[in-house]
Design a protein around this ligand. Structure first.
Ligand SMILES: Nc1c(NC[C@H](O)[C@H](O)[C@H](O)CO)[nH]c(=O)[nH]c1=O
Ligand SMILES: CC(=O)[C@@H](O)COP(=O)(O)O
Length: 145
C-alpha cells in the first residue's frame, strides 16, 4: 500500500492555451513538491475531450490519480454551461467507477479572461492537492478493510 500514487496523469484542455499552459506548469510543480515522479501530461482539444482520456488513464493500473485542467469561457449561449455540467458530472462518475481520485481544475463555466487569469494557479494547485488528499484517504480506508 503506497503512500503516493505511482503516476499522476494531467489532462489539459488546450482550448485556451495561454491559461492552460500556466495551469499545467503549476500542477506539475505541485505534484513534484508532493514527491510524485511519474507525471504524465496529455493535452486534449477542449474540456469535452477530457472524460474519454480520463477513462483510458484511470483504467491503467499505474495511474493512481487523474488531474483535469480546463477553462470554460463566457460565451453568448448556454454551450459553456452545458459543457461544464456534462464534463463535471462525467469526471465525478469516473472517480466512483474506478475508485481513484480525479482532481477537477476546470475554471468556469462562464468565466471571463480576467476571472480565469485570477484563478489559474489556485485551481491547478487545488486540483492536485485535493486529489492527493483523497488518495491518502482511500489508502487509509483500504488498510482498515
Ligand atoms: N468553448 C470551449 C471549449 N469548446 C470546445 C469543446 O471542448 C470541444 O473541444 C468541441 O466541442 C469539439 O468536441 N472547450 C474548452 O475547454 N473551453 C471552452 O471555453
Ligand atoms: C464556452 C464556449 O463554447 C465559448 O467558447 C463560445 O460560446 P458561445 O458559442 O456560447 O458564444
Amino acid at each position: 500500500m503506497s503512500l503516493l500514487p505511482t503516476r499522476i496523469s494531467i489532462l489539459a484542455a488546450e482550448f485556451n492555451k495561454s491559461i492552460i499552459d500556466t495551469m499545467i506548469s503549476e500542477a506539475q510543480k505541485t505534484a513534484r513538491e508532493a514527491g510524485i515522479t511519474d507525471i504524465r501530461v496529455i493535452k486534449v482539444a477542449g474540456c469535452y475531450e477530457i472524460p474519454l482520456i480520463a477513462e483510458l488513464e484511470l483504467s491503467q493500473s499505474d495511474t493512481g490519480i487523474v488531474v483535469a485542467l480546463g477553462y470554460i469561457e463566457r460565451g453568448e449561449t448556454l454551450h459553456g454551461e452545458v459543457m461544464g455540467n456534462v464534463v463535471h458530472q462525467a469526471l465525478v462518475q469516473l472517480q466512483l467507477k474506478h475508485r481513484k481520485p480525479v482532481g477537477i481544475g476546470i475554471i468556469g463555466p462562464g468565466a471571463t479572461e480576467e476571472q480565469a487569469q485570477a484563478r489559474k494557479v489556485d485551481y491547478a494547485q487545488a486540483a492536485v492537492r485535493a486529489s492527493l488528499k483523497n488518495w491518502s484517504l482511500l489508502q487509509g480506508s483500504q488498510k482498515k478493510s
